[in-house]
Design a protein around this ligand. Structure first.
Ligand code: FAD
Ligand code: ZN
Length: 469
């Protein structure tokens, strides 16, 4: 039958206009990095949880694999179909309604397809903060954020997506709806199915809605850039900032020279206030006491850092526009890298204290083994999370460089993390890209438990097969 009659069932479930099989489907079939291009049996766009459940039941009945997708900004090849032309691409994008905001309970409940930025704006309109923020927020969705347990730039203060999620609504592999949309902060009633779903990358269930924690808006947010000579200074600055600002420190991002040089090349209109700094730190402080107090505290911190020779120079944003321009520098790095061409991306984490030594020794090893490589290093230093990317030597072909060297570079970098107890995937997930690494590097006992969970919740292996495990 199978394909034609499945398509008929899907059309009757979600409407013919929402089952796409022809025309240009690149937006769903090609990933953001342009590394994985698949072919879907159909792109199916349900408009409600009941429609998602009907789609899953129809797919389960015919043994058809389903790849859930939100904003398609994932970086590990987990959200696009494979090349077989047999998988249904289930796009949650039409499910984009904020269902409720409970101001007293400080929670927001929304469909999984809500774009993160639009959801932040819905909270803001009620004077509240949804403290999840990442450079892809204009396109990524809550479902994708939760399915990948996204991190971003506010983790230091608020934790990653998991820590912001109180409840989920999920369609199971059998097409049942689990309504776990609780706004409770305490609920010890058996196994935590919510936490099992978060970070499962579409392999255990389809997230259709979530209840997220909100926070009161800070009275003032201030941003600064500081120039450091090396990563050890950046770590000293972090220690000082934590001591002086406490919970007021809401962002601590680091940007290596080469990363900012790429931004200068591809976005020359963006001002770079500390040109030439080997390392630039972006600090953000959110304060409940108002702007004057916040600035005072910030300037005292930077003054002390200068005095202690922890930084060489600093600038504090004078206005919201200036603050946004500083953040834009940081957020333009992945975009500048994409413009520059393919590179070997690493999303690693390790204890903050180990970062200077790890980077110095791994940089040296890479340069010795792969002469001419360019190291694009930036990331969420406050969380011990680096985007430690390796770019082909200047003037060489990125694709060829990847084909020849990616495996060896990965092995070198991931092996170098082991003595520090680091992780080869901090916030982007496993997807297709790191599946073999997971199999090789995760403990056999952990893998056995993960496979048991997968077999129990998705016995026919229909949900995002071949991803993660
Ligand atoms: P997609 O890309 O559509 O999907 C990602 C994965 O989740 C896939 O495996 C997919 O199958 C699954 N999935 C999607 N929706 C659902 C659902 N409703 N139910 C079940 N499974 C689902 N990540 C960070 O953590 N921190 C960052 O700072 C960060 N910065 C980024 C900057 C840029 C410029 C880009 C392009 C990406 C960045 N990312 C970052 C990557 C990141 O994973 C995401 O942007 C985001 O969390 C993915 O959301 P999405 O809706 O685009 O998901
Ligand atoms: Zn990141």
């Amino acid at each position: 039958m199978a394909a034609a009659s499945l398509l008929e069932t899907l059309r009757s479930a979600v409407g013919a206009a929402n089952v796409l099989t022809e025309g240009d489907l690149t937006a769903w079939e090609l990933d953001w990095r342009k590394r994985w291009r698949g072919r879907a049996l159909a792109v199916v766009r349900p408009g409600s949880t009941a429609e998602v459940a009907a789609v899953v039941r129809a797919c389960a009945a015919t043994g058809t694999a389903i790849v859930p997708q939100g904003g398609n900004t994932g970086l590990v090849g987990g959200g696009v179909p494979d090349a077989s032309g047999t998988q249904v691409l289930l796009s949650l994008q039409r499910m984009n309604r904020v269902r409720a905001i409970d101001e007293a309970n400080l929670t927001l409940t929304a469909d999984a397809g809500c774009v993160l930025q639009a959801t932040q704006e819905a909270a803001l309109a009620r004077g509240l903060l949804l403290p999840l923020s990442l450079a892809a927020e204009g396109s990524c969705t809550l479902g994708g954020n939760l399915a990948t347990n996204a991190g971003g730039t506010q983790v230091l203060r608020w934790g990653n997506a998991r820590e912001l999620c109180l409840g989920l609504e999920v369609v199971t592999a059998a097409g049942q709806v689990w309504d776990g949309l609780s706004g409770l902060r305490k609920d010890n009633t058996g196994y935590d199915l919510r936490d099992l779903m978060i970070g499962s990358e579409g392999t255990l269930g389809i997230i259709t809605a979530a209840t997220l924690k909100l926070a009161p808006l800070p009275a003032a947010t201030t941003t600064a850039l500081a120039a450091c000579a090396d990563l050890a200074q950046c770590v000293s600055l972090l220690k000082l900032a934590r001591a002086r600002l406490g919970a007021g420190l809401t962002g601590f991002e680091v940007m290596g020279r080469h990363a900012l040089d790429l931004v200068a090349r591809h976005f020359p209109a963006l001002p770079q206030p500390l040109p030439g700094a080997p390392w630039t730190v972006l600090l953000e402080q959110s304060d409940t006491e108002g702007l004057a107090r916040a600035r005072e505290r910030f300037e005292a911190l930077l003054g002390a850092a200068l005095e202690l020779s922890v930084i060489g120079d600093a600038v504090v944003a004078e206005s919201l526009a200036q603050s946004q321009a500083l953040w834009q520098l940081r957020e333009s790095i992945p975009l500048a890298q994409a413009e520059e061409g393919l590179n070997v991306k690493h999303d690693i984490s390790l204890p903050v204290s180990a970062i200077p030594e790890f980077v110095a020794s791994t940089d040296a090893l890479l340069r010795r083994r792969f002469p001419g490589v360019q190291l694009v290093n930036f990331g969420h230093l406050g969380d011990g999370n680096l985007h430690y990317n390796v770019q082909a030597p200047a003037g060489s072909d990125g694709q060829r460089f990847l084909d020849d060297n990616e495996r060896r570079i990965n092995t070198l970098v991931f092996d170098a993390l082991v003595p520090y107890g680091g992780s080869f995937s901090a916030e982007h997930g496993i997807g297709t890209l790191k599946r073999d690494e997971l199999a090789a590097r995760k403990s056999p006992v952990a893998l056995q438990m993960m496979r048991a969970v997968k077999a129990a919740l998705d016995p026919l292996n229909l949900l995002n097969p071949g991803r993660v495990l």
